[in-house]
Design a protein around this ligand. Structure first.
Ligand SMILES: [Zn+2]
Length: 128
């Protein structure tokens, strides 16, 4: 992986199409085709962290207890998820289990995400 990170201004302001708890499929990169559950979304950065995907290995040194960190960290190689670009993620409908685009529909004044494939209402978009 020698590719440089390139700035992608187009995604920074876009409203995330996924939210925490969603199942998503990765469209590109080393984890292409894999699915996972969104752990957190960062609209500001246009990224989301997906459980079990885009794992990076962190080589860390042991930290002594009583330092600035409250707990002692063991040294070694820690595997940790790193954020993925939202544009690389596609929402997976819980009903038809297919990567789908969603549309917004307003029902009784509440905006809902609806699967374009099966018409199933994905749970209401909320905070988080
Ligand atoms: Zn569906």
């Amino acid at each position: 992986m020698a590719r440089a990170k390139r700035p992608d201004a187009s995604v920074a302001v876009a409203k995330p199409h996924v939210k925490r708890g969603d199942t998503v499929q990765v469209l590109s990169g080393k984890d292409r085709g894999k699915r996972g559950t969104v752990k957190s979304v960062s609209p500001k950065n246009g990224t989301a962290t997906v459980e079990g995907l885009n794992i990076v290995k962190r080589h860390t040194k042991p930290r002594p207890a009583g330092g600035a960190m409250s707990s002692t960290e063991a040294g070694g190689i820690i595997e940790k998820e790193s954020p993925l670009r939202l544009s690389k993620l596609m929402y997976v409908c819980p009903k038809c289990q297919a990567p789908s685009r969603t549309k917004s529909e307003v029902h009784a004044g509440v905006r809902e995400r609806v699967c374009r494939r099966c018409g199933e209402v994905a749970e209401r978009p909320g905070k988080g």
